[in-house]
Design a binder for this molecule. Sequence first.
Ligand code: BGC
Length: 251
Amino acid sequence: MQHILGIDVGASGIKGAVVDIAHGKLQGERFRVPTPQPSTPKAMAGAFSEIVEFFNYKGPVGCGFPTIVKNGVANSAANIDKTWIGTNIEKVFGEACDCPVFATNDADAAGVAEMRHGKGRDENGLVVFITIGTGLGSALFYKGELIPNTELGHLLWKHGKSAEAWCSSGARSRLKISRSEWAERFNEYLNHLELLLSPDLFILGGGESKAFEQYKHQLMTQARVVPAKLLNNAGIIGAADYAVENYKGEV
Ligand code: BGC
C-alpha cells in the first residue's frame, strides 16, 4: 500500500498529511502551519520542511501550490510573495526537505482528487471545480481529463478587477459583506462561467464549501452545483496523487 505525504500550500496556511493513495483518504492526522508573512520562497521552504519533519517522512512529496505551475515553476503569484514568479517550487522545497517534491496548481490537485474519489466520480461531461478560499481556484475537466492551470478566478470582472477580488472568501472578509450578499455575487459569477463553458456540473471546494447548506438556495444555474465531498482534504490528497504519478523511483 502506498502512503505518500501530500502538502497543500495556501496563502494563509500550509497543511500536510500522509495519504493512503489506494483509498484516496488521509492515513492519519493533518498538520498545519500558518503561511509565513511575507511568503517568500525561503520562508515558505522553512514551513514546508517543518511539515515534512513533523511526519518524520522520507520519500516523494506532493505539493499543491496556489499559482500557475508549469514544469514545477510558479508562473504567477496572486496571493503570495511576488518573488515566487519564475521560481522552481520543486527545487526550492526539495532542497529544503531533502525529498523529491512534485508541484502542481492547488485547485488542479484538489479537483483531480475530487474527480477520483469524490463527487466527480463517473462524471463524464464538463465539470468545473471551484475552490473558494483566500483566492478563487479552478480546475476544468472534460470526460474526466484535466485541462490544467485554467485560473478562472482571474476572469476580469466588474471595475476591471478579477472575479476573486469580488467573490472569494478572502473578498468576503476583506469587504465585510454578509454571506448572503457574497452568495448573490458568487451566483452571478457561476452564471457567467455557465454562459462561457456550459458545464454539466459545478463542484465547490475550499473553506466556503463547508457552509454550502446555508447558501445553496441562492445558487441558480442550469448545471448541478454540489459541495466537494473531500472538503478541505482534497488538496492534500490530490497533491499526493500527483507525486505518485510523477515519481519514477520505488515507493
Ligand atoms: C491563484 C490560483 C489558485 C487559487 C487558489 C488564485 O489566486 O491564481 O493559481 O489556484 O488562487 O489558491
